[in-house]
Design a protein around this ligand. Structure first.
Ligand code: DHB
Ligand code: FE
Length: 295
């Protein structure tokens, strides 16, 4: 049976990709953000996922304002990253897992989510940069199932709906008969606003509220309407919807493994968190006990 081990939650600012390409990880501006990643990689090294369910938002590379699905799921064998105009060379993107994609799609439709299925799909910085951070210097050794949530053009789905979507994905994973080790990623946020009179707006108090409640009480994040989240978090801070959906896929009980919060990266309050499922923690402990017995 497949194992769901937990999730990595991270901001996805394009300038991070620029810093990776320039090798600027140790510059004073970048170091506090990149320092969040060794503990994440240590966790990935212990849990060794082979599938990533990627909850993110597309910023105009695959969907533009003329066609904007609320929830879109990739069902391709291969995805591609392309130039989005940020001046970043395209990142490598790992292969897809069409069979698992279709199992998730079947479940979501059975659970009455009206989704868009994409058998041909470009994935932008919101998917490629988090993978490059988790597995630097090589293509991520995983298969991916991208799930794009509209956080761009209103009306956006509510936080409650995104949490429910994630929970339905969690049910699909629980029913999946494969033997993969599966993790989720939720990308975007935290607070930021790129445009308008409040450009540059960030709200550490709201960000802390989100990080503090994500593991034990994700429903607390659904108390705010989308418009309240925009007010609290900025026009692009509403990308927290991707985190909320990813959290939903992990079941009731999760443990916080690591957390980092740093202001600013470009215009964004940058956060990185790892949450581990109860099952993965129990298996990890069992493994540790076994090693002790052998010693
Ligand atoms: C920035 C943040 C984002 O989430 C994004 O998609 C693009 C740019 C920024 O802060 O520059
Ligand atoms: Fe973004």
């Amino acid at each position: 049976m497949a194992k769901v081990i937990g999730g990595v939650f991270t901001s996805h600012v394009p300038a991070i990709g620029g810093a990776i390409h320039r090798g600027a990880q140790n510059e004073p501006y970048w170091k506090p953000f990149f320092d969040a990643w060794p503990p994440v990689r240590e966790w990935l090294g212990e849990q060794v996922p082979d599938v990533v369910i990627m909850f993110y938002n597309d910023h105009g590379l695959n969907f533009f304002l003329d066609k904007m699905p609320t929830f879109a799921i990739g069902a391709a064998a291969q995805y591609r990253n392309e130039d989005e105009g940020w001046g970043l060379p395209p990142f490598p993107v790992p292969p897809g897992h069409p069979e698992l994609s279709w199992a998730i799609i079947e479940k979501l439709v059975a659970e009455e989510f009206d989704i868009t299925t994409c058998q041909d799909m470009l994935v932008d910085h919101a998917a490629s940069i988090p993978l490059a951070l988790a597995w630097p210097d090589r293509e991520a050794p995983v298969k991916i199932v991208p799930i794009a949530i509209n956080t761009v053009q209103h009306p956006l789905p509510s936080a409650k709906r995104c949490l429910a979507l994630g929970r339905a994905v969690g049910k699909a994973l629980a029913e999946w008969q494969g033997d993969e080790t599966i993790m989720v990623m939720g990308t975007g946020g935290l607070s930021h606003q790129l445009d308008g009179e409040r450009a540059g707006f960030m709200n550490p108090e709201y960000d802390l509220f989100c990080m503090d409640n994500l593991s034990a009480d994700p429903d607390a994040l659904t108390r705010h309407s989308v418009h309240e989240i925009v007010e609290l978090s900025g026009t692009q801070g509403v990308e927290i919807l991707n985190w909320i959906a990813a959290r939903g896929a992990l079941g009731d009980k999760v443990h916080e493994v690591s957390r980092s919060y740093h202001i600013p990266i470009s215009n964004t309050a940058a956060a990185v968190m790892v949450l581990e499922t109860e099952a993965a923690r129990a298996a990890g402990n069992a493994g540790a006990e076994k090693t002790a017995e052998l010693a």
